[in-house]
Design a protein around this ligand. Sequence first.
Ligand code: LLP
Length: 413
Amino acid sequence: MAGFTFSPHPVTCDGVSPAALAAAEGTPLYVYSAALIVDRYRALDAALGAYPHRVHYALKANSTLGIVRLLQSAGSAVDANSGGEVAVARRAGVDPRDIVFTGVGKTAAELEEAVCIGVGAINAESAGEVDRIDRIATARGVRARVAVRINPGIEADSHPGIVTGGPEHKFGVPIEDAGAVCRDAAGRPGLALVGVHAHVGSQLTSLDAVARTASTMARFAQDLRDAGVALEHVDLGGGLGISYDGSPALAVAEYARTLVEAVAPTGLTLLVEPGRWIVGPAGALVATVVDVKPQRDGRYFVVLDAGMSELLRPALYGARHRLERLNERSGPTVTCDVVGPICETTDVIRLGQSMPLPEVGDLLLVRDAGAYGSAMASNYNRRALPAEALVEGGAWRMIRRRQTVEDLLACES
Ligand code: LLP
């Protein structure tokens, strides 16, 4: 099995020591297993079987160029959520026809670019956007390929910050209005309506919302076709969750079977946009302990050189990522609140971690940080973005050098 091995100690990533890597490149440092990323892409692709389908990796999970190139060479298409992600995809060699372009607020310039290069589908979010795409395409004398993003009104069971399919959410066209919007799009001279799209949330860990979304969308697509609207695909978005605590998560085979069973009666190509499931477990964040101090109640603060600016998920969603020690320490197990260096009380990495007390200079590894880790890193407190290393074939190479303060100031005067 490719990826990280945590026991027995020492921790390794495909035969490479993250501790040695950190010694060479410094911390905070993201480390990824190329083999595991490719294995997971292939596992999902294989789980979808012989049914016509395409996996569009969701760049928002991690769009570091080296990772996008890796997935592109493995055969993946992409889901881009901004002009920036479209540009990264193209730099990585992704054919424009392999891009679906999603996004709740696409600018005129982003739409122009998408129409111009001829992306596989622009997932239109509203009747207004359908109209704007049609005008751009008509002015250029082309037909833009669009899908309509539908909000099916399905509340998924996940963190409230990452569910998107309920009536109160800003995403897509409410399903009640979507038939009219799709029929309108299908009749426009500048548009080819090629699909329907839905994404009801991320980190989904039960089949219920997945199954309801898939069958609702399949039925919707069939009704459209019965009304004489030709379609090519049904895009069911991303969302397949991973296990952050080691307990069993939704199995990829079951997820894939549920999607295929729902869509198969339509005969339409199935598109999926997974992000987290592909890269999440394949990446980790390595950080150095910079301070250790006792609290009044017997607990300790363990302060790292990485915090919410490197990994925002614990601060933003209360996410709990497992921690591994890269240095052996004996001694009694104590309770540690592992925190970052930022001037914010929410700047935590993991509260209440039981472990032998680390020493300043020790290394800790934060697991399952490959998705929405480096992609959500920021320069808050003028912190430079961390370096990123890709382990491949028993060796490692830097796919992103550590940012410098000079890089930050280059944009300012
Ligand atoms: N497609 C669309 C239209 C999306 O909005 C998303 C995620 C995906 C695909 C990929 O979803 P995934 O397979 O990765 O669940 N920052 C949050 C996650 C936000 C997800 C936003 N949309 C986190 O760290 O948990």
